[in-house]
Design a protein around this ligand. Structure first.
Ligand code: GCB
Length: 602
């Protein structure tokens, strides 16, 4: 007994010494909002389409205080107010506007959203207004007053609205603007639909004044016996206690807060999370006033030369790329069921890995994928030729990266943070992406950093990877369209590859388009036979690349893109899916499936 209390004392001293703030640069997003008391603001929202931004600027193009956010009402019959939310049309939240109203199919611009709700204050609580995502820029007003702005279409953000809420009826107005701009991330050019709107859920989340605002609970890099992390508590007093409890492991550790943060280290031997055994442990974090429960999996991910190791074991990433677009109805995915349709297809294909392209997918997608044992590549929309020399563009990209990592840093499924996709080589691009990589490592050094490159040299002797970005990343992603954008289908199988880096390479894209049900000769574009032959030839090529550690062909399902106007074939869809948007599997689906299933037998 005495021994145990000595040990506790030593541990207490150790924890006190190490309980310094870990990193002050997180986005400070409430973690795991599933475990929080929430009021949903989903449902019908009133909306006004405002292409000229009349509700924001006066006729001199100055921002003015009579904007639509006031939600003004006529007080007398002679009043002139040229808008009225109460008689307006409505949109569903969550949801994109493009697929909800025919008139808005191609619309890019401003739409005003308004929602009324009742609120009853409770004592000693803080209330956050939490948006899971709005594409692209959101200016948020509560009861006629501006409470903040958020830029970036795929990550969550929150505002403390405690002092702005009134007892009884309240209204929130959001100016949503998805105009593409050169300086944005992504920029003006992208090969997916620029779905606008409040595309993910909105909540009011109440927490005690002194509350757990953030935490990191993960295995130490490369160590399977040490769970390490920190807890951040808002409005705490120095010395307040935090406990971290993992009941199934019979581990409880207590630590003290210093400047609102506390570090901890738990020696434990959890059953490791892996694609074949996606074990999650209930983790309960307590303070005197607050409790958060999460389900966390423990695994390591490292590299050894050109291999990727999961829990120390070489693991080939049998993957597929996915856009977060709903099957059958198109538009953004808005429910867990819609996530599951895509994930089940990936399972059927034989995948253990998903590239969630080209932006952070919803938390629901990441969590469902985690339960099903998928390893995940998660990325920010630093896509093609963005403004690498623009500081604001960098700040925007870094903010999206920070919000992505803040939200998903406790997910065992996520093994790769991707910084960029197909960016052209230049000095400014190298420093832009190197800075992002450094930022990502400072926020989370337990995962691998990657980027999808398309800069490989294509010579007569074969393809050579020597992009200087290869130095910066831990895993090199290569997008390679042999048989589609270059080379004959038959030529692909004999291409040789070399790399200047002794690092793992994931073929993050290969592919070609086919219209489901279109059959013909294997040399005829858009037929299933052409796509199938392309997959076969590329598979042969990849079987000969020694440093290949994984593969995520482009793409699971046909998806909407305004770059794809070819009538009767594309009809605004990128047709590189292995499955049509109506859920019909093309020939190449079965070819890739066979390749993955054969690998399991080896
Ligand atoms: C790419 C891009 C992806 C496109 C794809 C295509 O290299 O990374 O976003 O959709 O090619 O279909 O051209």
């Amino acid at each position: 007994m005495k021994g145990i209390s000595n040990l506790t004392f030593i541990l207490f001293i150790f924890l006190s010494i190490t309980s310094t703030a870990q990193d002050a640069n997180y986005a400070n997003l409430l973690q795991n909002i599933d475990s929080r008391e929430k009021t949903s603001l989903n449902g019908k929202w009133d909306m006004i389409v405002d292409p000229l931004e009349n509700g924001f600027y006066n006729h001199r193009l100055q921002e003015y205080d009579k904007g639509y956010f006031r939600n003004a009402k006529m007080q007398s019959p002679s009043d002139l107010i040229e808008y009225d939310f109460d008689t307006s049309l409505q949109l569903d939240v969550p949801g994109d506007w493009n697929t909800q109203m025919d008139k808005l199919y191609y619309y890019e611009g401003t739409v005003w959203y308004k929602k009324d709700f009742d609120y009853t204050p409770t004592s000693n609580e803080l209330t956050y207004l939490y948006f899971e995502a709005v594409n692209y820029e959101a200016i948020v007003y509560l009861n006629g007053e501006k409470i903040g702005k958020h830029v970036g279409g795929y990550t969550p953000f929150q505002f403390d609205v405690t002092d702005k809420l009134v007892d009884g009826n309240n209204f929130v107005v959001v100016k949503v603007d998805n105009k593409r701009k050169k300086e944005n991330v992504p920029t003006v050019n992208q090969d997916w639909w620029n779905y606008g709107g409040i595309t993910r859920s909105v909540h009011l989340i109440s927490v005690p004044k002194t509350h757990i605002s953030d935490y990191y609970v993960q295995l130490e890099k490369g160590e399977t016996g040490k769970i390490k992390g920190w807890v951040a508590v808002e409005n705490a007093t120095n010395g307040d206690e935090v406990s971290i409890n993992i009941p199934e492991l019979k581990k409880t550790i207590k630590t003290k807060l210093n400047d609102g943060k506390a570090s901890f280290l738990i020696n434990a031997k959890p059953s490791l999370w892996s694609p074949t055994s996606p074990k999650l442990y209930e983790v309960v974090i307590n303070t005197k006033t607050d409790e958060v429960v999460d389900n966390i999996g423990f695994r390591t991910v490292t590299t050894d030369g050109s291999k990727i190791l999961v829990n120390g074991k070489e693991t080939f990433l049998k993957g597929i790329s996915i856009h977060e677009e709903a099957a059958f109805k198109t538009g953004r995915v808005i429910s867990v069921e819609e996530c599951k349709v895509l994930l089940n297809w990936a399972k059927e294909l034989g995948c253990n890995f998903l590239r969630l392209a080209h932006y952070p997918h919803s938390e629901a997608m990441v969590k469902e994928a985690e339960k099903m044992g998928f390893l995940i590549w998660s990325e920010i929309p630093v896509y093609w030729t963005i403004q690498f020399e623009n500081e604001d563009t960098y700040a925007n990209a870094e903010n999206q990266l920070t919000e992505m990592i803040s939200r998903d840093k406790n997910r065992a499924s996520v093994v790769l943070w991707s910084m960029a996709n197909e960016t052209p080589e230049s000095e400014p691009r190298l420093s832009f992406i190197s800075n992002l990589a450094e930022k990502a490592r400072s926020l989370d050094n337990s995962r691998l950093i990657t980027a999808a490159l398309d800069t490989q040299g294509k010579g007569d002797d074969g393809n050579l990877i020597e992009d200087p970005l290869g130095k910066v990343v831990d895993v090199i992603g290569i997008n390679n369209y042999c048989g589609w954008y270059y080379g004959d289908v038959d030529s692909c199988s004999s291409i040789k590859w070399a790399s200047a880096y002794n690092k793992p390479m994931i073929m993050s894209e290969i592919g070609g388009g086919a219209l489901y049900g279109k059959h013909g000769d294997k040399n005829e574009r858009w037929t299933e036979e052409y796509q199938d032959a392309l997959f076969k030839s590329n598979i042969e090529m990849m079987e000969n690349i020694e440093f290949m550690a994984g593969l995520s062909p482009w793409i699971l399902m046909d998806f909407r893109s305004s770059r794809r106007p070819l009538r009767r074939i594309q009809d605004d869809f990128n047709r590189k899916g292995l499955i049509s948007e109506q859920g019909m599997k093309k020939k190449a689906f079965y070819t890739l499936q066979e390749f993955y299933l054969d690998m399991d037998k080896k």
